[in-house]
Design a protein around this ligand. Structure first.
Ligand SMILES: Nc1ncnc2c1ncn2[C@@H]1O[C@H](COP(=O)(O)OP(=O)(O)OP(=O)(O)O)[C@@H](O)[C@H]1O
Length: 314
């Protein structure tokens, strides 16, 4: 329980001239946690990730990474790997040569063929290991960058929008790698504009808006704290479902039925306890529930609710 956090930031501020990119950031990321950073363009996500990678130093505040205070020297803290603004690769080298070169640059300790082949396999690039990086798509470059980070066996992995450009197979590989790393105790901090990715991967998220944290904590807390959500409800008997929903306290049914994948769906607005009540009623009356999901995900709803006022007030 008292293992030190992978990241402990207190009162971090970072300015670029007149622009306050980060304004008093407090952040805790536990070991083995996948922590998502989300926020509108220019919110400060990349700047914060850059500080974790040692690419820049904070103007003020304190930052401890893997239980070691980060000074002003611009070097990656020991045990940290990752990239912002896309991975640095050698276009004229093959995928395998890139990994060998990067490993050699880091001191050659891990420049072993087996480690490189395993990293390529984990990110699903074995088939193109002998192809030059020059011809790689954005998604392939992202995966090769992740493979390079894996070679260092990081205890903190920092990734800026790792889902960019990934096809479904690439996404499956990347999610698999990150989930495995976290299960082994590595902390992962990543930014994304993809709410579905963040919800699938992260146990905790931090929502940034104009350099400030407007929410940090578990996704479950975000859903619980949020106001009522709209849910799409697909059942075996839409008419009976509507009658039951109309009769359930604190459940508001949208006027007209919505068509969803060729079936008639109800849209109901409720907090989770009222929704639980509705589900119990439906089951009791023999109505089968085929699908019940938020129309807009809790993270997206909270994101919009928490960031739009600030955006409008700019
Ligand atoms: N090197 C820099 N020089 C000047 N201003 C910068 C620099 N880096 C970032 N900024 C500014 O700091 C603020 C935060 O930028 P940052 O790139 O961290 O945001 P972000 O949340 O990653 O945005 P995006 O979602 O667009 O990637 C922005 O106003 C940006 O213009």
């Amino acid at each position: 329980m008292d293992t030190p956090p992978a990241v402990r930031a207190r009162g971090i501020t970072k300015c670029f001239g007149e622009v306050v990119a980060l304004d008093g950031i407090d952040l805790d990321v536990a070991q083995g946690q996948i922590h998502g950073l989300v926020g509108p363009n220019g919110a400060g996500k990349t700047t914060l990730l850059g500080l974790l990678l040692g690419l820049a130093a904070a103007d003020s505040g304190s930052l401890d990474i893997l239980d070691t205070p980060v000074g002003r020297a611009l070097t990656a803290p020991e045990g940290v790997a990752g990239f912002v603004d896309g991975p640095g690769l050698y276009p004229s080298l093959t995928a395998r040569q890139n990994l060998a070169a990067l490993a050699a640059l880091r001191g050659g300790r891990r420049a072993r063929g087996a480690g490189i082949d395993d990293a390529l396999d984990q990110v699903g690039l074995t088939d193109v290991a002998a192809d030059k990086a020059r011809g790689f798509s954005l998604g392939m470059r992202q995966r090769l960058g992740l493979a390079a980070a894996l070679l260092t066996r990081p205890r903190l992995l920092v990734l800026d929008e790792p889902s960019n450009g990934l096809d479904p197979a690439g996404k499956k590989h990347v999610h698999g790698v990150l989930t495995r790393l976290a299960a082994e105790g590595t902390a992962v901090v990543l930014s994304s504009h993809r709410m579905d990715d963040l919800e699938a991967l992260c146990s905790e998220v931090t929502i940034l808006s104009t350099g400030r944290i407007v929410f940090t904590g578990p996704l479950s807390k975000l859903a619980a704290e949020n106001s009522e959500l709209d849910y799409r409800l697909l059942t075996s008997d839409p008419q009976t479902a509507r009658r039951i929903a109309d009769g359930t306290a604190d459940v508001h049914v949208a006027g007209s039925a919505a068509e969803w994948r060729g079936a008639e769906a109800l849209v109901v607005r409720a907090l989770v306890p009222a929704l639980d009540e509705l589900v119990a009623h439906l089951v009791r009356d023999g109505v089968a529930i085929r699908e019940l999901a938020p129309v807009v995900s809790p993270l997206e709803a909270a994101f919009l609710a928490l960031t739009e006022p600030q955006e409008a007030g700019r």
